[in-house]
Design a protein around this ligand. Structure first.
Ligand code: NAD
Length: 496
């Protein structure tokens, strides 16, 4: 009998008010059941908001350096349990152990970064325009933060949101992806073990019903969402109407540009990792290869050869290089792009089918797929597929490559392989993305730098680095007049 998990609300592990549960299965082997998790509803969210409001009263008054101490202990506990969490994460999400260990490591780095920020969290003191008067800004906590996260980084993304939110003195309600609830459960266990006061963190499992209730609750002034652009734009409408602070991190259609002067061996390693790492299920995955015609044929031949050799299977098997997709619907979505009506004149150079054999028989596997002769503007060139599918687009110049890169509604990540330093710097300016890599693939963000995208990938905020603390805190300006007389600021008088 599979284990039944609970929500964490008001300092207790409790069953959902709905009485409903969903089953969490291993995507590499659907016979392997991880557990039953709550399919929560609006009443569970309402209870979580009440508890989080009480938690906020306490936590917002705790000095930031002490809040940082709790997060440092969280980092220590994550480090101590890294391999065990990575194993659990691979079992529910599918990506290989090296990647899930990296996912936990991102949480560790984010915890330590946030911990030290407790001793900074800078405001500013600036000269006043008046005599005997001080002018300064400080940061204030905001309130209850609702965090809604996707399946593909089950630890990293919840920590990107929760740790800076907590460091800034807010309380948190985490609504993790229904596809990876076990990792979120382990994270909350660790937060509690580290000494976070119980009311400060609430964990409410569930799918869109729980997510919607969180977004629509008037007691939650801050929403941070990472997921698909379709879901994010629906959330944006509600938050706009309700005057909520909102951070959106959404889809991508990331391109790697390979110029004729590139180091092709380096570019080959980069594209294999960027396109097929995490089975292509990264927001920053390399989904398009934009390649100069002079090196196209040579490069594609080597790419196809290498892609055909990638070993598929359970991510906990050390031989495995590519795990499964997250669920049946994700694989079916990939298959839609292999329909001849969608392919039109494009050609499948490798992959394009489900694999055969015992290693992959019970999971949602799909062969690494390279599609050539993809036309700019076509569906394969512009839509997020979120699977192990690479669209190859042939170009004749840097200018054309940059234009193709920019011809999509998304703007998360891009990369260029070239040995021409002038082109590299032009690309950093020209490519319309939140992140551009030079001589590296489209993936590989570091915890201490801001992360996010332009156009329909985001709404202007960034996760990670120093910028995220702006999102989770309110700037308050304080003036202290110690002149003993009424002084008027420049806005109220011409006298200096
Ligand atoms: P998704 O949009 O299906 O789900 C994300 C989360 O939103 C889940 O927790 C889900 O339960 C919840 N949700 C669904 N409908 C909701 C609603 N109406 N109201 C509130 N919450 C709702 O995304 P996914 O399939 O889990 O993740 C894949 C997507 O995430 C891809 O598009 C990928 O590009 C994107 N992503 C973006 C980034 C980034 O930083 N830009 C990072 C990772 C993933």
């Amino acid at each position: 009998m599979a284990k039944t998990f609970k929500n964490f609300i008001g300092g207790k592990w409790i069953a959902p008010s709905t009485g409903r549960y969903f089953v969490n299965r291993n995507p590499a082997d659907t016979h392997d059941v991880i557990g039953r998790f709550p399919d929560s509803g609006p009443a569970d969210i309402a209870a979580a908001v009440r508890a989080a409001q009480a938690g906020f009263e306490q936590w917002s008054r705790t000095p930031a350096p002490l809040r940082g101490e709790v997060l440092r202990r969280v980092g220590d506990l994550l480090a101590a349990r890294r391999d065990e969490i990575a194993d659990a994460m691979t079992r529910e999400m599918g990506k290989v152990l090296a990647e899930t260990r990296g996912d936990v490591q991102e949480g560790i780095d984010t915890a330590y970064y946030a911990a030290t920020e407790g001793r900074r969290l800078f405001g500013r003191t600036v000269p006043s325009e008046l005599r005997r008067k001080w002018a300064m800004s400080i940061r204030r906590p905001i309130g209850v933060c609702g965090l809604i996260t996707p399946f593909n980084f089950p630890m990293a993304i919840p920590t990107w949101k929760a740790f800076p939110a907590l460091l800034c003195g807010n309380s948190v309600i985490l609504k993790p992806s229904e596809d990876v609830p076990h990792t979120a459960h382990l994270l909350v266990e660790i937060l509690l073990d580290a000494g976070l006061p119980e009311q400060v963190i609430q964990l409410v499992h569930g799918a869109d019903t729980a997510g919607r209730a969180l977004v629509e609750h008037p007691g939650v002034p801050v929403i941070s969402f990472t997921g698909s652009t379709a879901t994010g734009s629906a959330i944006g409408q509600v938050c706009g109407r309700m005057h909520k602070r909102l951070s959106l991190e959404m889809g991508g259609k990331n391109a790697m540009i390979v110029m004729e002067d590139a180091d092709l061996a380096l570019a080959l390693d980069g594209v294999l990792w960027g396109a097929f790492g995490t089975t292509g299920q990264r927001c920053t995955a390399t989904s398009r290869l934009i390649i100069h015609r002079k090196v196209h044929d040579r490069f594609v031949a080597r790419l196809v050869d290498a892609a055909n050799k990638l070993v598929l299977g359970d991510g906990r098997d050390p031989r495995t290089q590519v795990g499964p997709l997250i669920h049946a619907a994700a694989r079916e979505k990939v298959e839609q792009y292999l329909d001849p009506v969608v392919l039109r004149d494009a050609e499948v150079a490798c992959g394009g089918t489900r694999p055969r054999g015992a290693r992959t028989a019970n999971g949602f596997f799909y062969r690494p797929t390279v599609i050539v002769d993809v036309k700019p503007g076509s569906r394969l060139a512009t839509e997020e597929i979120f699977g192990p599918v690479l669209s190859v687009i042939r170009v004749s110049s840097y200018e054309q490559a940059a234009k193709v890169n920019n011809e999509v509604k998304y703007g998360l990540s891009s990369s260029i392989y070239t040995s021409n330093v002038n082109l590299a710097f032009r690309a950093m300016e020209d490519l319309q993305n939140g992140i551009t890599y030079v001589n590296a693939p489209t993936i590989g963000a570091e915890a201490h730098l801001p992360f996010g995208g332009v156009k329909q990938t985001g709404n202007g905020h960034r996760e990670g680095g120093w910028e995220v603390f702006d999102f989770y805190s309110e700037t308050k300006v304080c003036y202290v007049d110690y002149s003993g007389s009424l002084q008027r600021a420049q806005i109220d008088t011409y006298d200096v």
